[in-house]
Write a protein that binds this ligand. Structure first.
Ligand SMILES: NC(=O)c1ccc[n+]([C@@H]2O[C@H](COP(=O)([O-])OP(=O)(O)OC[C@H]3O[C@@H](n4cnc5c(N)ncnc54)[C@H](O)[C@@H]3O)[C@@H](O)[C@H]2O)c1
Ligand SMILES: [Zn+2]
Length: 375
């Protein structure tokens, strides 16, 4: 069992082990006081894949629990789901000693985390992530929340879990496209601060794509360590935590331009990272040769990527409205070298526009090249 601690004033541990969900009861027992209960928040499909192991383990450890299912999918990550779950908690008689177990991907983690943040002004939550994105990103760091009609993740709270239990075996059933989308977030950590992790993608990319435990598990551990370190060093989103947004300014713009229906998040981030490489070269802050290597590795990891059905100016217009933009000035996280990025402010719009043109062109070329680039 690997243990990675998020070193905050109230530290917590991320435990990583194949088969860990089968021992979820042992962990829960530490947090659920005698006479109190755990409530698993999950969705029906996730429960089908991962629920039995967790429930059996809770029973075995004598931890009493209920299961609350929410509907599956990003469109249910909203306040009405949270309200519905909160009402059901009161009906179960949940009190301040109740412990929530968030069993699922980022959607369940964000919703259940937010529920825990606000229910009776805050109760404990354990994160049990079942997607790659959740394991390496959303379950760690305490950002919780839901979407509003007017935009993604606009209502939320910081509420750290008491612990995170990561079982890479859960990924066995994850749909291919979801898995690959998560890999883009994984390679991101390599590019922003872990050259060794990046090299794993370069050298053993195929094994990673095949989900081979011998290399996948260390990749997950490296990502968790990177996220935990960044969160600990910079809990409240200033410059260090901002480097996690590498690929995300363009990525969010691509998602928004296509109304969140065309790309999975990680796919948009992959294109966004490629655009950031082009932009960095254009601004003479990254060697063209390094950019080529990075772009190749990103494409090899994330392929096939859906092509980009938008004009560069439409994408740029959304870049300018990204909530991470400060006072009308475009700023980007750009690579300087493998394993290092920098925040570059006052980027001329014309350069950003050219970078978007490059990825649109590339997406069209790759469509022609293998005819299969689109999903
Ligand atoms: N809080 C944060 O810091 C943070 C960070 C990154 C992303 N997020 C959020 O995370 C969400 C995306 O999360 P996601 O990518 O995990 O998607 P998701 O939670 O929607 O899960 C994707 C799909 O995979 C299925 N699934 C989950 N686990 C499975 C398994 N083991 N086997 C088979 N199917 C499984 C789910 O049923 C779902 O349909 C977004 O809402 C995003 O905003 C939050
Ligand atoms: Zn992301």
């Amino acid at each position: 069992m690997k243990k990675i601690t998020v070193e905050l004033a109230n530290p917590y541990t991320c435990l990583i082990e194949r088969g860990a969900l089968r021992h979820a009861g042992t962990l829960a027992k530490k947090y659920v006081e005698e006479g109190n209960r755990a409530v698993i928040v999950t969705t029906a499909p996730i429960r089908k894949h991962c629920g039995a192991a967790v429930e059996a383990s809770l029973r075995q450890e004598g931890v009493s629990f209920h299961v609350l299912e929410m509907r599956d999918g990003e469109r249910y990550k909203n306040l009405s789901t949270v309200e519905d779950l909160a009402v059901r908690l009161t009906q179960l008689g949940a009190d301040r000693g109740t412990v929530i177990l968030a069993l699922g991907g980022g959607v369940v983690g964000d919703v259940a985390g937010f529920l825990a943040a606000i229910y009776m002004r805050g109760i404990s939550v354990l994160q049990l992530p079942t997607t790659l994105v959740a394991m390496i990103d959303s379950a760690i760091g305490g950002k919780t929340g839901v979407n509003l009609k007017t935009g993604k993740n606009l209502a939320g709270a910081f509420h750290h879990p008491r612990a995170v239990l990561i079982d890479p075996e859960a990924l066995t059933t994850l749909p291919e496209r979801e898995y690959r989308s998560g890999l883009s977030e994984a390679i991101k950590y390599g590019i922003i601060r872990q050259p060794g992790l990046y090299q794993l993608f370069e050298q053993r990319g195929e094994e990673i794509r095949r989900r081979e435990p011998a290399v996948l598990d260390p990749v997950i551990a490296d990502c968790v360590r990177a996220k935990a370190e960044i969160v600990a060093a910079d809990e409240k989103e200033s410059d260090l935590r901002r480097i996690l947004n590498f690929g995300h300014t363009f990525g969010h713009a691509l998602e928004a331009t296509t109304e969140y229906r065309h790309f999975l998040h990680g796919e948009a981030v992959a294109w966004g990272m490629i655009a950031a490489c082009h932009l960095a070269v254009r601004l003479r802050r990254l060697r063209a040769e390094t950019a080529r290597t990075l772009i190749q590795t990103i494409l090899k990891t994330a392929r096939p990527l859906p092509s980009i059905p938008a004009t560069a100016s439409a994408v740029l217009a959304h870049t300018a409205t990204d909530k991470k933009m400060r006072s009308g000035v475009l700023h980007f996280v750009l690579p300087r070298d493998i394993g290092t990025v920098e925040i570059v402010r006052n980027v001329p719009a014309a350069a950003a526009l050219e970078a978007v043109r490059e990825i649109i062109q590339l997406s069209q070329n790759s469509k022609q090249m293998n005819g299969q680039a689109e999903l």
